[in-house]
Design a protein around this ligand. Structure first.
Ligand SMILES: NC(=O)c1ccc[n+]([C@@H]2O[C@H](COP(=O)([O-])OP(=O)(O)OC[C@H]3O[C@@H](n4cnc5c(N)ncnc54)[C@H](O)[C@@H]3O)[C@@H](O)[C@H]2O)c1
Length: 308
């Protein structure tokens, strides 16, 4: 097998970001091995407006199982492991040992798997890894785990020659975003589309990113030529929960949604997208009002088909 027809192994394949990334990989001719602890295609079908995903090889696996990711990478001669699997902020808070296992041990297992077959790793860190507040540090265990992952990837390149590209999504919104602390902004868009009431239970200034843009950037990194260890932010465009609510009302003037609650600390400066733009060129940047409008329209279309 040449590297061009060796498959991309995607972890966390039943999750939100995968639901946007998998159709793009398939459409661009990649063979895809989808790894998750459970096979769940609802988000994927929703992103695809009810169409059935085709051409995906599923492998049910817990990435923390000793040696399992290496066996999968070897079985399929993976060219790239696109590592998305993780437990989110609330799950890491409620179950710290499970969080450390999946988010740190699982990350090491992915790097080991890549090392065993000479694959590259493209992985999701998070804005949560960036320092903030009085402690000038990540604000929760999830962020600490993600920060550790960035350093682990750097050392795997230095010590073992494993090439990796870490990307830090900020607050991603779009169809399929139904869990994690910041999924509340997508819940507000869903409520506006379905004519129900919703309050985002916090306020913040942060970067909001449309899932389609994030997926496009991940796929372009998978397809680009690079070596070594890289780490990049994916945006530097700061907006606020008030901007989200205004964008929702612009698309659905009758919407009964608001943001009200404690301020959620998030970094608003110090973002570095240079390493990303160096390999993929200018980033796709859907303006907030357009991404929100497309999301509300998409929710309405799913609702009309009885899908949400
Ligand atoms: N969604 C965002 O706004 C956002 C922002 C920053 C970073 N990220 C990161 O991007 C990645 C993808 O996020 P998402 O929103 O798609 O998450 P998600 O929670 O929707 O999906 C995560 C997937 O990982 C799977 N998983 C969990 N434990 C596993 C295990 N032990 N073995 C195999 N699979 C396992 C889950 O079953 C789930 O399908 C994560 O690493 C997340 O931390 C997401």
């Amino acid at each position: 097998m040449t590297s061009s027809n060796r498959p991309v192994v995607v972890t966390g394949a039943s999750g939100f970001l995968a639901a946007w990334i998998l159709p793009k990989l398939i459409a661009r001719g990649h063979s895809v091995v989808a790894v998750d602890i459970a096979r769940e295609e609802t988000r994927l079908r929703h992103v695809m407006r009810g169409a059935a995903p085709e051409g995906i090889i599923w492998q049910l696996a817990d990435l923390t199982d000793d040696g399992l990711m290496s066996r999968i990478a070897e079985q399929y001669a993976a060219s790239t492991i696109l590592h998305l699997a993780a437990l989110q902020i609330p799950a890491c808070r409620a179950h710290p040992i499970a969080g450390a296992k999946v988010n740190v041990v699982g990350h090491v297992a992915v790097l080991e798997a890549a090392r065993s077959v000479g694959a590259r790793v493209v992985y999701t860190s998070s804005v949560a890894a960036k320092p903030r507040g009085a402690a000038n540090a990540p604000a929760n265990l999830y962020g600490v785990f993600k920060r550790a992952d960035e350093e682990i990837a750097r050392l795997y390149a230095e010590d073992f020659g494993v090439a990796s590209f870490g990307l830090r999504p900020h607050v991603v919104y779009g169809i399929g975003r139904d869990q994690g602390e910041t999924s509340a902004v997508t819940s507000a868009m869903r409520a506006a589309a379905l004519g129900t009431s919703y309050t985002v239970p916090w306020t913040t200034a942060t970067c909001f990113q449309f899932a389609d843009d994030i997926a496009e950037m991940f796929v372009r990194v998978v397809e680009a030529e690079w070596k070594g260890a890289h780490l990049a932010d994916m945006t530097d465009n700061v907006e606020s929960t008030a901007d989200i609510i205004a964008a929702i009302r612009a698309s659905a003037p009758e919407a009964d949604v608001c943001a009200d609650g404690p301020e959620r600390l998030s970094p608003t400066s110090g973002f570095d997208v240079a390493a990303l733009e160096k390999v993929i060129g200018p980033r796709p940047l859907t303006p907030l009002h357009e991404g929100v409008q497309r999301t509300i329209e998409h929710f309405r279309a799913l609702h009309a088909k009885g899908l949400t």
